[in-house]
Design a protein around this ligand. Structure first.
Ligand SMILES: NC(=O)c1ccc[n+]([C@@H]2O[C@H](COP(=O)([O-])OP(=O)(O)OC[C@H]3O[C@@H](n4cnc5c(N)ncnc54)[C@H](OP(=O)(O)O)[C@@H]3O)[C@@H](O)[C@H]2O)c1
Length: 251
């Protein structure tokens, strides 16, 4: 039975990914920064699927957070066959208005922790000659995002990094893929202090799409026909739209 580690597995897309992998018979390890939310998610998964779920509390935005999580998992004697780097947050405002420390937390979580977890788990996967990494980027990876500048840039980073390490992993038995969802109905917008946009995907559909396409080893997964089309629209137009949407959705 493959063992899957999902960061940010206590809510939103990460929780639905845990459900989708569970349906496929995988053994689940979830992580989150909030102990109560994490144990509630563990209990829900165990009740629904009837087998034990491992849960590790770790704030991945903290310096050393990725390594702490890795060491907790190693100490527990667990091997990870599939790493899902899903935990991520957004921030919305003009760049000079976004709190200096909050911006750093975003960059640590969305980029640094993701890179470090890849670097920590890849050597073991190469040694075994097998394993998968799914990095959750976003449709935001395909354009700059005025009024959410670091979030959009962090997702462009995730996509670029994922494609590069996928290339390196070719022929070494390890599969590396990126998931690029568009707006999805989760707690993400509450955290940003924004209203959810009117047309959101549901996280269960996004997670099922991701699991299906991971089996097919699809390099860059974009759920939804329109989102695939939007990918090729001019960046200048998409930037104007992103800026407009952000202003309309401020709560
Ligand atoms: N929702 C969208 O529209 C959308 C679109 C494209 C891409 N995405 C990406 O999808 C991923 C998941 O987002 P979501 O929409 O599911 O958001 P969400 O509902 O807010 O869930 C975020 C998850 O990440 C965890 N998390 C947050 N900060 C953390 C930290 N410092 N350390 C460890 N875990 C942390 C949360 O757990 P705790 O509460 O315990 O910290 C939660 O389990 C993110 O990378 C996001 O950028 C989302």
């Amino acid at each position: 039975m493959a063992r899957v580690l999902i960061t940010g597995g206590s809510g939103g897309i990460g929780f639905e990914l845990a459900r989708s992998f569970s349906k496929r018979g995988c053994h689940i390890i979830i992580n989150g920064s909030n102990a109560d939310r994490l144990s509630a998610a563990k209990a829900r998964l165990e009740k629904e699927f009837g087998h034990a779920v491992e849960a590790f509390v770790q704030d991945l935005s903290q310096p050393g957070g990725a390594k702490n999580l890795y060491e907790q998992i190693v100490r527990a004697g667990l091997e990870v066959d599939i790493l899902v780097n899903n935990a991520g947050i957004g921030l919305v405002d003009a760049t000079e208005e976004i709190d200096y420390e909050a911006d750093e937390v975003l960059m640590r979580l969305n980029m640094i922790a993701l890179v470090q977890l890849c670097k920590l788990f890849l050597p073991g996967m190469y040694q075994k000659g097998g394993g998968k990494i799914l990095n959750v980027a976003s449709a935001a990876a395909f354009q700059p995002g005025p009024y959410s500048s670091t979030y959009f840039a962090s997702k462009a980073f995730v996509l670029s990094y994922t494609r590069a390490i996928r290339y390196e992993a070719k022929g070494r038995g390890v599969q590396v893929c990126a998931l690029c969802p568009n707006t999805t109905k989760t707690g993400f917008f509450d955290r940003e202090g924004m209203k959810a946009p009117p047309m959101c995907a549901d996280p269960e559909t996004v997670a099922e799409f991701a699991c299906r396409n991971l089996t097919r080893n699809k390099a860059v997964m974009i759920p939804g026909f329109m989102n695939n089309l939007a990918r090729i629209a001019p960046a200048s137009l998409k930037m104007r739209l992103a800026a407009m949407m952000r202003r309309l959705r401020k709560s």
